[in-house]
Design a protein around this ligand. Structure first.
Ligand code: CUA
Length: 278
């Protein structure tokens, strides 16, 4: 017995599915609407490529399977009586395995190869970034419900008088590697820079890290991507990407201000740690 008797219903369903698929593939909007947020980073295209390829491959598979079901349900069935089959014959099992195997190899193989290559050459290649003399190091201390940031300052050491210390305000220059080391003093948070396609968990008792390189100056969101309590939704900050000159000017000024506010006895303010590095 067929559940729906009219091919018209199938065509409507197909049309609806194509409309939804079209919406999913809509071009990214600047900051709002559907699609991914603006990618302001140099390496973020690798993440977007993986997301795009996953969408295209699963979209193709969806259309094949959906088309097949529509054909079998509404067209093939008109001429052929339905026959019950356990699907345990050698032939059925071989066909099923061959199809599942090829989907696995093409889709997962492709994603696995490209993502591990990206990790190895780029995202986990801290060695190269640590060696770069222009690299900026920032420590992030997450707590309910804000982001403390600490830059080493001109002396390159943390917890010294020339550190730049900010709250929910992180500024970085373009075309410069920036390494973040991220800790949490209370619960799980996740330091999320959607416009740089980077995110890492802030875990009590651990220091996690990632590095980015910015491309497009502007003001972007810093978000928390782990539910961390009643004010999780308020746990945001601003990431400002500046030109190299603007950044140098800001850093010199901020370092001088932090130096004036430095208080030897205020131990709570000296939350930074020795850079973990490699
Ligand atoms: Cu911190 Cu959510």
């Amino acid at each position: 017995m067929r559940l729906v008797s009219k091919p018209g219903a199938a065509l409507t369903a197909l049309g609806l599915s194509l409309t939804l698929a079209g919406a999913a593939f809509a071009a990214p909007q600047p900051g709002t609407g559907y699609g991914l947020p603006i990618d302001a980073s140099i390496e973020g295209h690798r993440i977007d490529w993986l997301i795009g390829v996953t969408n295209v491959l699963t979209g193709i598979l969806f259309l094949i399977m959906f088309g097949w079901i529509v054909y079998a349900s509404f067209f093939h069935g008109r001429k052929h009586e339905a026959k019950y089959d356990h699907g345990t014959s050698k032939r059925s099992v071989s066909i099923a395995l061959a199809m599942a195997g090829s989907v696995f190899l093409i889709v997962d193989g492709n994603l696995f190869y490209n993502s591990t290559t990206d990790l190895e050459t780029t995202f986990h290649n801290f060695e190269k970034v640590e060696k770069d003399p222009s690299t900026i190091r920032i420590e992030i201390n997450a707590h309910q419900w804000a982001w403390d940031a600490r830059y080493a300052g001109p002396d390159g050491k943390f917890n010294t008088q020339d550190d730049i210390v900010t709250l929910n305000d992180i500024r970085i220059p373009v075309d410069t590697p920036v390494i973040f080391e991220v800790a949490s003093t209370d619960v799980l948070h996740a330091f999320n820079l959607p416009n740089l396609r980077a995110k890492v968990d802030a875990v009590p008792g651990m220091i996690n890290r990632f590095w980015v390189s910015a491309k497009i100056p502007g003001e972007y969101d810093i978000g928390c991507a782990q539910h961390c309590g009643t004010n999780h939704y308020k746990m945001k900050g601003q990431l400002t990407i500046l030109s190299k000159e603007e950044y140098a000017r800001w850093a010199a000024q901020a370092s001088a201000v932090s130096g004036r506010l430095w208080d030897d006895k205020d131990e709570g303010a000296h939350w930074g740690w020795e850079w973990k590095g490699k």
